[in-house]
Design a protein around this ligand. Sequence first.
Ligand code: HEM
Ligand SMILES: *[C@@H]1O[C@H](CO)[C@@H](O)[C@H](O)[C@H]1NC(C)=O
Ligand SMILES: *[C@@H]1O[C@H](CO)[C@@H](O)[C@H](O)[C@H]1NC(C)=O
Ligand SMILES: *[C@@H]1O[C@H](CO)[C@@H](O)[C@H](O)[C@H]1NC(C)=O
Length: 378
Amino acid sequence: MRSKLPISSLVAGWILFPLPYALAFPSYASLRGLSARQEEPVEAQGGKVPPNPPGPPSFTGTKLVDDSDHPWQAPQSGDIRGPCPGLNTLASHGYLPRNGVASPSQIITAVQEGFNMDNAAARGATYTAHLLVGNVVADLLSIGGKTPLTGRDFPGENATGISEHGRFEGDASLTRVDDFHGDRIAFDQGLFDQASTFFNRFGNGFYNITVAAELRFHRIQQSISTNPEFNLMGLRHISAYGEAALPVNLFVDGRKTGAEKGQLDMDSALSFFKDFRFPSGFFRAAEPGGAQGADVIVTTHPVSPGRNEGAGNYVVDDSLGSVLDPCKFYTQFVNVTVRDLYPNPRGVLRRNLNLNLGFVYEALGDPSCPQVFPYGQD
Ligand code: HEM
Ligand SMILES: *[C@@H]1O[C@H](CO)[C@@H](O)[C@H](O)[C@H]1NC(C)=O
Ligand SMILES: *[C@@H]1O[C@H](CO)[C@@H](O)[C@H](O)[C@H]1NC(C)=O
Ligand SMILES: *[C@@H]1O[C@H](CO)[C@@H](O)[C@H](O)[C@H]1NC(C)=O
């Protein structure tokens, strides 16, 4: 490890180095004895008991994923797409429902199948998003904006979909402008052109971890200087670094080896970021992966978590944790962010929140970070 950061805490971060903790919790032991599971038949109330997370697939090597069972189709009227090129691509190839609405289990299965995302990273990202923007009663999540397709809102529901600004979606994205500046969801050609100059300057025309480190830092500096509402706290500090590494690990054809591994060519990048489409004949990654290399991106140009108080005035604020302190992120996510969204949940809502909070804790995979139970343990 070349990083000077507290590596043990980096290692604990599911987005960065998802460890195979599924192996340590084969039966999701911490959920056993949750008597809420034996409550009244909630289906009668329109709710669904969230199933335990899918495990890793049995085959985790490379394979053709742009196959005849998963042809690309442009989104039809009513189909939902959002800010994530990975999820959008899976929906446009039918690994996810093409309408863009899916259960957390469907999302985990799809990112594993279509991209070979590793199981812990898939669980961590998915359940975190679901708690922030999903319909936790109906067990459905929109990969874009709010939609009635995720089911009716229960009192206290906050099922806005992944596009909601300030929950999972955030600032300084690589190919989409900040919410303050305009359409935070649409692919932005100007930003892609800017990215391509970084491909050329630092990657000999390709996107790799070296390019990611420079571009990530540049986008943060741009937002600091131009967006008075810029926010890089908590989850966004983690995801901004993780998402810069994902294309290196998951958008590169799994047949590439040696010097070609970890080098994403520009046409393929454009295909994913703009068209939400596998390059023709694409093979998924050769081994399960996620945000490997994000530690290098962080340490090349470290930026503390924080937020702007007016353009150009960046104030460090680690009150929601960061990539440097995943345990603090987890604790504050549960105890502050989720509790602000759901101050006083009851019945099915509370039961499902507790189950999903358990799934997030298991995905964190850090036994030294105590589990938090904001709504009790019964
Ligand atoms: C596992 C479930 C996943 C969830 C819940 C998720 C969610 C998101 C969200 C909310 C964003 C927007 C953040 C922002 O404002 O920039 C995002 C961005 C991104 N995601 Fe995902 N994602 C998932 C899986 C994936 C996968 C499997 C890939 C790659 C194969 C991927 C690649 C990316 C990239 C590259 C970005 C950055 C886009 C940009 O900066 O322009 N994601 N994701
Ligand atoms: C979540 O939903 C509740 C009930 O509708 C609402 O009072 C609260 O403001 C919502 N929270 C957010 C952050 O939108
Ligand atoms: C990225 O590409 C550049 C140019 O080929 C190369 O110098 C650099 O070592 C590469 N970085 C990685 C991490 O592969
Ligand atoms: C959660 O927040 C409450 C107050 O809002 C605080 O008393 C408690 O210590 C916090 N728990 C943790 C684990 O941080």
